[in-house]
Ligand binder design. Structure first.
Ligand code: HEC
Length: 167
């Protein structure tokens, strides 16, 4: 009865995996990228996908899927920067600022799921402001004790003709 043997082996395997998982401290979320890396590699391209949606409107299901993924990255990135070890400066202010990006990203994700181009275009301002509010607050001129971010690196700058909307 090879079927039975396979099921028994599977059960033993699962029990082994569960036992291994019980060893040591319970895992906690742990940062991999720096704040700067998250901004450049996740938030920046994800928000660009929304900010330039009018000129890069999806034309097929594959492109809509890609846009949905970018909107989801934007929304979930807010959760990543809300991790306790990532909070910069005053926690309450940080969490409220990050929540603006969460709300903008979540709304964009909903709109992308519904293939609602007009709604995405209408969300541009909200997405843009969600970056600006936190960035304004993080400038040293505002008396904060962390450094102002530099201008975005070359690879993060939009193609010629589309400048002027950098958060
Ligand atoms: C809750 C606060 C917060 C929000 C929201 C936020 N940022 Fe940032 N951002 C920061 C901080 C803090 C830095 C400085 C990081 C560093 O250099 O350590 C930064 C830096 C950056 C940089 C420069 C990174 C570098 O090293 O050159 C870019 C680009 C950037 N953010 C893009 C965005 C975009 C796009 C959004 C919105 C979709 C956004 N950020 C939303 C806090 C935020």
């Amino acid at each position: 009865m090879p079927g039975r043997i396979a099921i028994a082996a599977l059960a033993v395997g699962l029990a082994g995996a569960a036992a291994a998982g019980d060893d040591g401290p319970v895992p906690e979320p742990e940062p991999i990228g720096t704040m700067s890396e998250l901004m450049i590699k996740l938030m920046y391209p994800a928000s660009d996908a929304i900010l330039y949606v009018e000129s890069r409107a999806p034309t097929n299901e594959v492109e809509w899927n890609e846009l949905q993924a970018q909107a989801l990255i934007l929304a979930e990135s807010a959760n990543l920067i809300m991790m306790p070890s990532r909070v910069v400066g005053d926690r309450d202010e940080w969490m409220r600022d990050a929540r603006l990006m969460f709300d903008a990203g979540a709304a964009a994700y909903e709109a992308a799921l519904e293939h609602d181009l007009d709604a995405l275009i209408a969300l541009n301002e909200q997405v843009y402001m969600s970056c600006v509010v936190c960035h304004r607050r993080t400038r040293p001129d505002y008396g904060r004790n962390y450094k102002r971010f530099e201008d975005p690196p070359a690879e993060a700058v939009p193609p010629a003709g589309e400048e002027g909307r950098l958060p």
